[in-house]
Design a protein. Structure first.
Length: 185
């Protein structure tokens, strides 16, 4: 996979790559699709296409073990049931397909945005509920998500995500020049 595509992936999904977050959305320009489709993802990371449009595609990158651990909590299961998920009865893949269906309905103008996606992305349940209840307004802090609950913890998490992204981008920039380029120099 070319470096430019890896930079895009790292900028958007570093916390998942570094195994500090269960999932991320990856938004790719249409011309990046072939490179991504041919790519071998790092061990433990899976991808599901949520949407493919004329100009861009939206992928859901996730670590199965981390995501299952996020979704197993009773409060989260109850919350997801309100949106038609049979949490606890169906497996992770069925739940992700349900999320994709709900997102497709939104893209087609047939339904509202599936804000429950926040729990799939590892956002605290109180913040996802707060966002829904407040219509995205009146948050206490805005960063990787809008915070309605524990601001201190969210600030630390945001800093962790920024640090991981910066470290991975630095490592990517230090990647060795391919051998064939060295030989032709």
């Amino acid at each position: 996979m070319e470096r430019k595509l890896w930079e895009t992936i790292v900028k958007q999904c570093a916390p998942v790559l570094a195994d500090v977050k269960p999932s991320n959305l990856l938004i790719l320009a249409w011309e990046e699709q072939d490179g991504f489709a041919e790519a071998e993802l790092p061990e433990g990371i899976e991808a599901l296409a949520l949407s493919r449009g004329e100009r861009k595609a939206i992928w859901f990158l996730y670590r199965r073990d981390r995501l299952e651990a996020e979704l197993i909590w009773p409060q989260t299961r109850t919350f997801l049931q309100d949106f038609g998920y049979r949490a606890g009865e169906e497996g992770l893949i069925a739940m992700l397909f349900r999320l994709r269906e709900r997102y497709a309905a939104y893209k087609e103008g047939k339904a509202a945005f599936p804000h429950e996606m926040g729990v799939f992305l590892g956002y605290p349940l109180c913040d996802v509920k707060g966002f829904i209840e407040q219509g995205g307004r009146n948050c206490l802090l805005s960063g990787y998500w809008k915070v309605y609950g524990n601001v201190g913890k969210a600030k630390k998490t945001f800093q962790t995500y920024r640090t991981v992204r910066d470290v991975l981008l630095r490592l990517l920039s230090m990647e060795e020049v391919p051998r064939e380029a060295e030989l032709s120099a």
